[in-house]
Design a protein. Structure first.
Length: 410
């Protein structure tokens, strides 16, 4: 791998990282930071059909709120990643959370869907700080299989975030409407700001990017030329695209097509999300780790083909959701592998690497979110998820064939 020219050469990092009480706090804080990104999107999912009526608009336009948030998340990471490599993780985190608080407050007062979509962009920019730093901070402190274990642990515990967010969103929406959801997100962000006080900076000054301001962004070019890194990023990105297609379509399939309530929809989402968490932990059983991606991608493709056939032939919510479970289990495995391999490859400029991983996923998410709402939502969802699954399968095989495997078998 080409060494970033602006990165000072530091002694090799130890894989042990923090231990004891601070280790428990760090894991908790990483879980909350990662969960924050899930809550920003998942908590207001049950209200999407309601917002169509509230703003007197249509399904694809309301789904642009998801798209706008994903664009903010992706490009926020692109900007904040290099800045965190230069100035450290903690100041970037605090600034991003303040931006989110502003976006959350202003979205409550939106009078039109277009104003709401704009403030969703601001929310995404603010939420991006915590979301990408939940990947970056572990890479500052761990490497190899130790990094995989931390990321899988955070991912598994964080499986309760998408599990609880729609349920909580459904309960809040029933009592105080969709605006109340964004007040809760404001409170979540304020909590993260308070917890940032005891958080210890994970990137010491000696390991930060030096030189003029623009030098921090040059590492994007280096990473883009790294075939191993790009392959692992595309593996994670296409898998995230499948997840976002599922997230964007399921509120309308469960509530509008099958007639379930917001709370019932939240229960569907909550139960399903636990399979992502389980898959994230099961991936660690594979040696080498990249083998888990191939197994998961092959299984994902078979399941998605079966689900597509059912979308066109069997109109049953139970068949639909039964097939969602193995699909989400496979995605959990793919997320652990994609994150770990990509961050190991790009650890010399971890902020930039984490930003590109996030950007790739949100580019796919921003594209597919409105696509699943075109025409018959069952048919458009089936086609979209199938295409993304085939791409995931391609990159899983390409990732497997790369050598050496940076995550050792031991």
């Amino acid at each position: 791998m080409t060494t970033p020219a602006t990165k000072p050469q530091a002694a090799p990092q130890q894989s042990q990282g923090p231990t004891g009480g601070y280790y428990a706090f760090l894991i908790l804080y990483l879980v909350l930071l990662s969960a924050f990104g899930s809550f920003v999107n998942d908590m207001y999912l049950p209200t999407l059909p309601e917002m169509v009526k509230s703003f007197h608009t249509n399904v694809p336009t309301v789904q642009l709120g998801l798209t706008s948030g994903m664009i903010g998340l992706g490009f926020g990471e692109l900007i904040l990643g290099p800045l965190s490599d230069r100035y450290g993780r903690k100041p970037i985190l605090i600034g991003a959370l303040i931006v989110f608080c502003i976006g959350a407050m202003c979205s409550v007062w939106s009078k039109t869907i277009h104003v709401f979509i704009w403030w969703r962009l601001v929310q995404g920019l603010g939420a991006s700080g915590g979301y990408f730093l939940a990947r970056t901070i572990p890479a500052d402190l761990y490497q190899g299989r130790a990094l995989a274990k931390v990321m899988a642990l955070v991912g598994a515990i964080n499986g309760f975030a998408p599990a609880s967010a729609p349920v909580l969103g459904g309960l809040v929406a029933r009592s105080i409407g969709w605006q109340g959801i964004f007040w809760i997100l404001f409170g979540f962000s304020a909590l993260l700001l308070m917890l940032a006080v005891p958080f210890r900076e994970s990137l010491p000054p000696a390991r930060r990017v030096k030189g003029h301001f623009g030098a921090a962004f040059r590492n994007y070019v280096i990473l883009a030329k790294n075939r191993h890194f790009v392959t692992h990023v595309m593996l994670k990105g296409t898998a995230l695209g499948v997840l976002f297609a599922y997230i964007s379509s399921i509120p309308f399939i469960i509530q509008t097509h099958y007639g379930y309530t917001q709370l019932q929809f939240g229960l569907f989402m909550g139960f399903n999300a636990l399979f992502v968490a389980t898959g994230a932990m099961v991936a660690l059983k594979f040696k080498p780790l990249k083998r888990a991606a191939v197994v998961a991608a092959r299984t994902l493709t078979v399941v998605v083909i079966a689900q597509g056939i059912c979308f066109f032939t069997v109109d049953s919510v139970w068949v639909y959701d039964a097939l969602n479970l193995p699909m989400l289990f496979c995605l959990g495995m793919l997320f652990t592998v994609g994150n770990t391999l990509a961050m190991n490859e790009g650890r010399e400029c971890a902020g930039d690497a984490s930003a590109l991983i996030g950007l790739a996923g949100y580019i796919f998410g921003a594209i597919v979110s409105p696509l699943v709402g075109l025409g018959d939502i069952l048919h458009s969802t089936a086609i979209t998820i199938l295409v993304l699954s085939l791409l995931t399968l391609l990159f899983a095989h390409l990732s497997r064939d790369l050598t050496p495997d940076l995550v050792k078998q031991s």
